[in-house]
Design a protein around this ligand. Structure first.
Ligand code: AMP
Length: 438
């Protein structure tokens, strides 16, 4: 077949799916530890949602959106990030009126950006993130930053650092933009085309340029920290002190401005360079957004959130050897030796699954040796072997695949024996379940 996966997408295969499920579950558990509840919003939204929130002048809106007309002539866009949809939903469903503030929501799901695929960069990728909506204290910002650190530490990353910066309030950014423009003005002829546009539409973004000469120029530019109002300075200091008090390694990055239009005050990025030296870019990033909720029709409230890239987390965990051995396994591997025993094995497999054992059923009638090999490949703990003789005398043979010990057990006892042998008290026979009728 000559149809290939679309550029920039990824097929998740055997083992990878188990790994991503495990990572996502860990992320969700940590979000819950910090008091977040889940939210799921559509993968596509009205295009206007993103032009209004992410911002007309952002790279995402200008170059990276998957926008299409549907059959009803509506302009829709595959979400390039999840915050806009979450806030749209919070406002539309009036959650800020029915729930106490701050409202804490986490999300996991795919996002789509038409970017040039490279290491750690896909066109369909997955984000895990939180939104902490309607906060009143800078400590809530510190708490959110800490949530992200905890995420990485609980996944096994050591020495995670978070870069932080403050973009101040609106007045700060107005003054700063003027200063930046004066600084860049004499260099206008030499900067890249994108930067020329940034100079006009969003000078802050000039500092984001990855082109070496432009990046170099940015390093000498005035820093926003020198333009912060007293209130912004005080809030930023509170965030820093709180992070220090719980021993979070943070460093001030005066050039950090973030790519989206809606940020203000504290912004942050999590970095971790893999032991193999590969730099996948930021694993996660976020910041405060004061106007997004209002912009989308809700009340005026301060919020803070972050998003992590799941592919980058997985790549780093893989490099660190932490995902080795994450694979699809079963507890029990039932081998029916001949067609005559298939029905019997089929029923037994059903019973085991009802009692919560991960069970595979082999009806291939290969040699015992080759069937046992298949059982070992699936990391089964026990093989349950059923031949004609066993069936006739109502027994099964169980083989411990680690010790090779084998024993014959009356079929009526095998489920209980398995529960005992595998020491899984949670397993109970379905006959004991209230919802099972004989
Ligand atoms: P952003 O919304 O751009 O701040 O991205 C937040 C996080 O999502 C980043 O730190 C990355 O981990 C991840 N991310 C963003 N864009 C991509 C992409 N094209 N491919 C993979 N991960 C991405």
């Amino acid at each position: 077949m000559d149809i290939k996966q679309p550029k920039g997408t990824k097929d998740w295969l055997l083992g990878e799916v188990e790994a991503v499920e495990q990572v996502e579950q860990a992320l969700i558990n940590i979000a819950k530890l910090y008091g977040y509840a889940g939210i799921r919003t559509p993968m596509f939204e009205h295009t206007e949602l993103f032009t209004r929130s992410v911002g007309d002048s952002s790279d995402i809106v200008r170059k990276e959106m998957y926008t299409f007309m549907d059959k009803g002539d509506r302009s829709l866009t595959l979400r390039p990030e999840l915050t806009a949809g979450v806030i749209r939903s919070v406002v539309e469903q009036k959650l800020l009126h029915t729930q106490d503030l701050p409202l804490k929501l986490y999300y996991v799901g795919p996002a789509f950006r038409y970017e040039r695929p490279q290491l750690g960069r896909f066109r369909q990728f997955h984000q895990f993130g939180v939104e902490h909506i309607g906060i009143t204290s800078p400590l809530s910002v510190a708490e959110t930053i800490a949530t992200g650190i905890t995420v990485l530490e609980m996944l096994g990353f050591e020495n995670v650092t978070v870069s932080i910066n403050s973009l101040g309030d609106e007045a700060t950014r107005l003054a700063y933009k003027e200063a930046l423009k004066s600084y860049y003005e004499p260099h206008l002829a030499n900067i890249c085309e994108d930067c020329k546009q940034r100079f006009q539409t969003n000078p802050l973004r000039l500092l984001d340029c990855k082109i070496p000469s432009d990046h170099q120029l940015g390093l000498q530019a005035p820093v926003i920290g020198d333009y912060l109002s007293e209130a912004s300075q005080a809030a930023f200091k509170t965030v820093q002190e709180a992070l220090t008090s719980i021993k979070i390694q943070w460093k001030l990055d005066p050039q950090l401005v973030r790519g989206l239009d809606y940020y203000s005050d504290c912004v942050f990025e999590y970095h971790f360079v893999s032991k193999t030296g590969k730099d996948y870019g930021a694993i996660g990033a976020g910041g405060q957004f004061p106007r997004l909720v209002e912009e989308l029709g809700g009340p005026s409230v301060m919020s803070v959130g972050f998003a992590f890239g799941i592919e980058r987390i997985l790549a780093l965990l893989t490099d660190a050897g932490r995902l080795e051995g994450v694979r699809s396994y079963v507890d029990l591997y039932i081998i029916s030796m001949e067609p005559l025993t298939d029905q019997y094995a089929f029923r037994l497999a059903h019973n085991f699954r009802y009692t919560n054992f991960k069970t595979e059923l082999n009806l291939e009638h290969k040699s015992l040796k080759s069937s046992i090999k298949s059982a070992v490949k699936r990391d089964a703990v026990y093989a349950v072997i059923i031949g004609e003789t066993e069936m006739k005398s109502n027994i099964v043979t169980i083989k411990n695949l680690q010790t090779q010990e084998q024993q014959q057990v009356p079929v009526g006892e095998v489920v209980h024996l398995m529960q005992h042998l595998t020491n899984q008290p949670g397993h109970h026979h379905h006959d004991e379940e209230g919802d099972h009728h004989e």
